[in-house]
Design a protein around this ligand. Structure first.
Ligand code: NDP
Ligand code: HSE
Length: 404
């Protein structure tokens, strides 16, 4: 029997208990022995809940119990998670976590400790919720040289943007709904300002390209400036707005960005709605592959965490290979990255289009019936720097969104 401890009995932690209880027989079979939750660490008590008999409030109880072989960290935040995880790995215990903040900040160090101590630091649930993506990057796509990993990596923002588009929900109402469904981070600023997607693309690109991508080096824009008017214009032009995280090779450099992007009906991300995420990978032999599924929520995330527990149980005294060097990936300046841009502007299409085209060159213009004082257009491809220089000639731009 393998005794495990779960740190945190919130959305994901309670999901982990539910998954292990519900699928006990099949999980034990796959792990090769019985998985038993001995302790659940939380700040609160849960009177009346059967979990109460396993609740402890002091990590020392877990740290000092030699029976515990696997620690599941699902508390979130950097501290005390980092201290607890490091101690567990240093004592040779495996750790499985859904905490992308921890992985993005301390991943290489924690993996190195795991390697030294012949145990495992596993974090499948840290990216894409229930979608298997870390294991495929580590074990399945090893024959390829990858040059792109990108996609929709945050369930909360995709849910908000989908609700705003499909039923005209306000940003605030859609966010509240996402929080009630257990999708959002404790501080939802991490979702809506793009920080969560930024940490996830840092993790995925570090694994995909084998060099460290520091999340603090990633250009990040969230969805808080997206308005109902942008969504109306996008619809007229045949687009949907998605928060997309990208890491892509351009010659011998890579660029990485997180920002709202307009995608058309031909784009595989167009149909990725609600809480779903999709991660696109391109390899020199494989070509395109896309991983799709529930990007957040109690059961999908817990499913990924428990899959890591099974993997850890199968590899108790050996480290599953993960390649994440602490040497940094060579990132290019985003001002040199090329996109087309959707621009929404104050004014009148018939009156102002000549001036717009004299600055931006030929554009694809559109008027929006509901927005009589505004119009919008899509530019030809240009670098971020070129766009900024041209846009500075107008004082009437209300928003700009990159177009894929
Ligand atoms: P919750 O806030 O729902 O749960 C966290 C739990 O941990 C709470 O019960 C909290 O107690 C407890 N906790 C926090 N600090 C401590 C501490 N110092 N000691 C003991 N217990 C503590 O978060 P989630 O379950 O949603 O998320 C957990 C982690 O998983 C985060 O890193 C998150 O980013 C990640 N994640 C979440 C997903 C989701 O869909 N929700 C999906 C993928 C990853 P209390 O409430 O009393 O503070
Ligand atoms: N808050 C995150 C999201 C949870 O909405 O995607 C999953 O990592």
């Amino acid at each position: 029997m393998i005794q495990i401890a779960v740190l945190g009995y919130g959305t994901v932690g309670s999901g982990v208990v539910e998954v292990i209880e519900t699928n006990q027989e099949s999980i034990n079979k796959k792990a090769g022995q019985e998985i038993n939750i001995k302790y659940v660490l939380d700040l609160r008590d849960f009177p009346g809940n059967p979990i109460q008999e396993k609740i402890v409030h002091d990590y020392e109880v877990i740290a000092n119990d030699p029976e515990i072989q696997i620690v599941v960290e699902v508390m979130g935040g950097v501290e005390p998670a980092y201290t607890f995880v490091k101690r567990a790995l240093e004592s040779g215990r495996c750790v499985c976590t859904s905490n992308k903040e921890l992985v993005a900040k301390h991943g290489p160090e924690l993996m190195a400790i795991a390697q030294e101590k012949h145990c495992n630091f596993l974090f499948e649930a840290s990216c894409g919720g229930g979608i298997p993506i870390i294991r495929p990057l580590n074990s399945s796509l090893t024959a390829d040289v990858l040059d792109e990993v990108s996609g929709i990596l945050n369930g909360t923002t995709n849910y908000i943007l989908s609700k705003m588009e499909s039923d005209g929900s306000s940003f605030e109402a859609a966010l509240k709904d996402a929080q009630e469904r257990g999708y959002a981070e404790r501080n939802p600023e991490a979702d809506v300002e793009g920080y969560d997607a930024c940490r996830k693309i840092a993790i995925l690109s570090s694994l995909a390209f084998g060099h460290h991508v520091d999340y603090e080096d990633i250009y990040t824009e969230g969805i808080t400036k997206i308005t109902a008017s942008d969504i109306k214009c996008a619809k007229v032009l045949g687009y949907r707005i998605k928060l997309v995280a990208t890491c892509k090779q351009v010659k011998d450099q890579y660029y990485t960005m997180v920002c709202p992007v307009m995608v058309d009906g031909e784009d595989p991300l167009y149909g990725v709605n609600d809480v779903f995420n999709a991660i696109f990978v391109h390899g020199n032999m494989l070509g395109d592959a896309m991983f799709y599924g529930s990007g957040a929520g109690k059961r999908p995330t817990a499913s990924a965490v428990v899959a890591d527990v099974v993997d850890a149980a199968k590899h108790l005294n050996c480290t599953v290979m993960q390649k994440w060097s602490s040497q940094k990936l060579n990132l290019m300046d985003v001002s040199q990255v090329t996109h087309r841009y959707f621009v929404r502007m104050e004014g009148s299409l018939t009156r102002d289009i000549d001036q717009v085209e004299s600055v931006f060159g030929q554009v694809r213009p559109a008027g929006v019936p509901d927005l009589s004082q505004e119009f919008c257009f899509v530019t030809k491809p240009m670098t971020e720097k070129e766009y900024e220089e041209k846009a500075a000639k107008f004082g009437t731009i209300l928003n700009r969104i990159r177009v894929r």
